[in-house]
Design a protein around this ligand. Sequence first.
Ligand SMILES: C[S@@+](CC[C@H](N)C(=O)[O-])C[C@H]1O[C@@H](n2cnc3c(N)ncnc32)[C@H](O)[C@@H]1O
Length: 234
Amino acid sequence: MTPMALTQRQPIDRIRDVLHQVSNVSLWPFIARQLARPQGIFGRLFMGRLLDRANAADNRLVYDTLKPDADARVLEIGFGGGSLLFEIARRLESGRIDGIDISPEMLAAADKKMLGMGLSDSIGLHLGGVDALPFTDASFDCACSVHTVYFWPDLQRGISELARVIKPGGRLVLGFSSVEAIAENGLTDRGFKAFSAEQIEAAYLAHGFEPDRLNTIERKGAGKICAYRGIRSL
Ligand SMILES: C[S@@+](CC[C@H](N)C(=O)[O-])C[C@H]1O[C@@H](n2cnc3c(N)ncnc32)[C@H](O)[C@@H]1O
């Protein structure tokens, strides 16, 4: 969920307003923690649906920028509610997608949805973080991640792990809000690390990705969303 999306009338706003009236305390720290790592009953019951709904356009932008082949092996970091993961899985023919997330609640919810959709043959779900990916070198044709870089322990370490597991010539697409959108919502103060497209580009270059394409959208109330594609050097 982009920070600015929270200022639109999303379902999460209504929940926030009700809880605020009841408790009379600011829920921003709580919501910021849930965005970084959905957890507890709130995370389990609400966060997946809220993230999928709020970030639908951003997930579409990343999908269109990644464009995995029908037989590709794909990785998604921080799948949250799983809408992008399931969309990719539905479009794959002989390919397969693995998703990894640090939240046990998101993993359990995605596992249930995957079984319900009958997609378990083409999806692998994993609990873990981008900084220590449980995959062998050059396992994937492409990888993506949407609205997670703010929470990575270390951007350089994450991108170097992705460089390790993506095949030479493979694609990486990171989707993220602009620095301005993060700052305007005061989320930098809540532990979100914002990165400009130039900083992502420098990290790509430092870890063997050739910057290839930067697609952006302006989402009303959410500011600028970027999808930056890099190609793993041969
Ligand atoms: C704001 S949500 C975004 C979810 C989804 N990608 C979307 O755009 O709707 C961030 C997700 O990234 C996960 N996450 C945070 N830090 C992570 C890390 N270091 N490695 C993997 N996943 C992480 C969280 O648990 C959460 O599910």
